[in-house]
Design a protein around this ligand. Structure first.
Ligand SMILES: Nc1ncnc2c1ncn2[C@@H]1O[C@H](COP(=O)(O)OP(=O)(O)O)[C@@H](O)[C@H]1O
Ligand SMILES: [Mg+2]
Length: 173
């Protein structure tokens, strides 16, 4: 099982079915400037680790306007777009790739709804989010987005494959 997971762990693209039960996949997450300025980097990453997700890539950077526009291209032209660009462009962020069973869906669940007023208590946005714009964190909303967004911020060589022992205990079979 561990060997099988290890093999699946290096798979970057679509989710993979293991023994008809387990999906191991990767998703893209970044911590927005409000998370950095509020000193919540550790708190947020801790939640993903506690949930059993594996960090396979992680770095701090300043978000360029160019990358911000590419990331949010689906929202270009919307009323909040310029505000969002001003909020994140040239500001510090922490970008990462998380891996685990059903990671895309699981991470969105841990992150919570876009509007912190609607996000469930216990979710990151529900517990710490201040407003729709300053909602601390981004997570890919589909496998296709995850693939595209990982490609904006990471070279394949920046992704580190290793075995996270605890993941054996997250799966059935
Ligand atoms: N109505 C809004 N007013 C202000 N900012 C918004 C609004 N809708 C979305 N945003 C900002 O744009 C980001 C991207 O929006 P969206 O993709 O809908 O949400 P999510 O981040 O939950 O996937 C949000 O996280 C938020 O920072
Ligand atoms: Mg989104």
């Amino acid at each position: 099982m561990i060997n099988a997971l290890k093999v699946l762990g290096i798979k970057l693209k679509s989710p993979t079915i293991l023994q008809g039960v387990i999906e191991v996949e990767r998703t893209f997450v970044y911590l927005k400037p409000d998370a950095i300025y509020r000193g919540l980097i550790g708190e947020i990453i801790h939640r993903f680790e506690n949930k059993g997700l594996k960090i396979v890539a992680l770095k701090m950077m300043r978000m360029t306007r160019e990358k911000a526009e590419e990331l949010y291209r689906e929202h270009k032209g919307k009323s909040f777009f310029e505000n969002l660009m001003n909020f994140i462009s040239d500001e510090p962020v922490v970008v990462m790739i998380l891996e685990g069973p059903k990671a895309v869906e699981m991470v969105r669940h841990v992150v919570g709804a876009t509007d912190p007023l609607e996000a469930a208590p216990g979710s990151i946005r529900g517990d710490y989010g201040a407003s729709v714009t300053k909602n601390l964190i981004h997570a890919s909303d589909s496998h296709e987005s995850a693939e595209r967004e990982m490609g904006i911020f990471f070279e394949p060589s920046e992704i580190v494959d290793y075995e996270l022992e605890i993941q054996r205990h997250l799966i059935v079979g």
